[in-house]
Design a protein around this ligand. Structure first.
Ligand code: FES
Length: 159
């Protein structure tokens, strides 16, 4: 995968925009991290340094928050991120078959990114829409009642 170097100015601007939006307070840490992650695609070290400085939060704490929330990442991710629900209700509704179909379609495993940098595949716990399992989320879009046979056509919607 080609990793495009991130411009430090862009990173600092993303952090400052998020901090201006929510306020320089620990209480808003998650929305700030989320906005920066969305803007840059992940949380580079420079972003964590700046957030740590502005919010007076130790960087070690930022790392533990980033590793707890699956939507956050301290490593570069693909252009599109698939979060696949691995909780029990989705699993019993046929999630395993769909999971295998997604892995087969992308030829990657959990926590991997396709060589072209288009896709990153991660698992997540319940996305809160268990009634329509199996469920997966691609970027901000939620797909419910997913059937293994639909996987290719769902992926084809993203370029
Ligand atoms: S168990 Fe999958 S969305 Fe709740």
């Amino acid at each position: 995968m080609t990793i495009v170097p991130i411009d430090g100015k862009v990173v600092l601007e993303a952090v400052r925009t998020a901090v201006d939006r929510y306020g320089a307070t620990r209480d808003e840490l998650i929305p700030i991290l989320n906005d920066v992650n969305r803007e840059i695609g992940y949380l580079p070290g420079e972003a964590l340094d700046e957030i740590s400085r502005l919010l007076r939060v130790p960087k070690s704490h930022l790392f533990s928050v980033a590793s707890f929330y699956r939507m956050l990442s301290t490593k570069p991710r693909g252009k599109h991120v698939i979060q696949f629900c691995e909780s029990a209700p989705c699993h019993v509704a046929g999630g395993r078959e769909v999971w295998m179909a997604v892995k087969e379609a992308l030829k990657i495993d959990e926590d991997e990114t396709t060589p072209d940098g288009n896709w990153t595949l991660v698992t997540t716990s319940c996305l809160g829409v268990c009634g329509v399992g199996p469920v997966m989320m691609i970027d901000d879009d939620i797909f419910g009642n997913v059937d293994a046979k639909q996987v290719q056509s769902i992926l084809a919607r993203y370029h």
